[in-house]
Design a protein around this ligand. Structure first.
Ligand SMILES: [Fe+2]
Length: 258
């Protein structure tokens, strides 16, 4: 089974590039996952964005620390099993922290997201939340984990914690693709899949306002960067719930698309 994981889709340019990529290469994959927590101008996801992603061929959309930024998420998370938020929110949070759906091959795939606790909201322990879930899932499950975390050390430790227990553990949130992909005990790992959006930016936002805030310490509203976008993604080949290969993708949208 071939799985595509599309890294954090940022605002309009990211969505445009992701859709173009899927139109061109979507058929090559049996199951597609995308992080969509930045698609609404950097902050959350709306109903319209979710529908566009699902229509483009995405099977599951994951969120993260921006889950609640767009108010549609409260409803959407209750309506569809194709949108998930971090598993380690305290009990009672709307929606699902994991979902199990069928791939084009007929195999079932479980997608889980956890959020790290370093420089992010203090949620429940992601290690313990994953442990509890994995003991609950059937032994032969194909599980892909989205590690939405800021600190490399935390993602690396979660990756090791999951090695030999899941098909893949892929980092999101930091928006710059890392080059440390590996397969350990059948588990594919990458510290960050990278951002799908305008790479010539402060992780998706225009530099001007970001630099102003750093230099002056004063508030200023961020504005999403515009221009040509790149899809950052990972292609996985899975068999029997474990990874056979992991390959990073960086695909620049064609000239004139922006
Ligand atoms: Fe994030």
């Amino acid at each position: 089974m071939r799985v595509l994981y599309i890294g954090d889709i940022f605002s309009t340019p990211g969505l445009r590039a992701a859709k173009a990529f899927l139109k061109r290469f979507g058929e090559d994959y049996d199951f597609v996952i995308a992080n969509g927590e930045n698609v609404a101008g950097g902050f959350g996801i709306t109903r319209k964005h979710l529908h566009e992603l699902l229509e483009a061929g995405v099977d599951v959309v994951t969120l993260g620390n921006h889950t609640w930024d767009a108010k549609d998420a409260f409803e959407l998370l209750e309506e569809t099993p194709r949108l998930i938020r971090p598993l380690n929110y305290p009990p009672g949070a709307p929606g699902l922290g994991y979902t199990t759906l069928e791939a084009r091959t007929g195999e079932r795939v479980t997608v889980v997201q956890v959020m790290g606790r370093i420089f992010l909201p203090a949620l429940d322990c992601p290690f313990r939340a994953l442990d509890a879930l994995l003991t609950e899932l059937p032994e032969a499950s194909t599980v892909i984990v989205d590690l939405h975390a800021e600190a490399t050390s935390e993602k690396r430790a979660l990756g090791e914690f999951l090695a030999g227990r899941v098909a893949a553990a892929l980092g999101t949130h930091t928006h710059v693709q890392t080059a440390d992909e590996l397969i350990k005990r059948g588990t594919a790992y990458l510290t960050d899949v990278g951002m799908t959006g305008v790479q010539d930016s402060a992780i998706g936002m225009r530099f001007d306002e970001v630099i102003y805030r750093f230099v002056t310490g004063l508030p200023k509203r961020y504005k999403p960067a515009e221009g040509p976008a790149t899809v950052c993604a990972v292609a996985l080949e899975l068999a029997g719930g474990r990874a056979k290969s992991v390959a990073r993708i960086q695909w620049a949208e064609p000239d004139g698309a922006a």
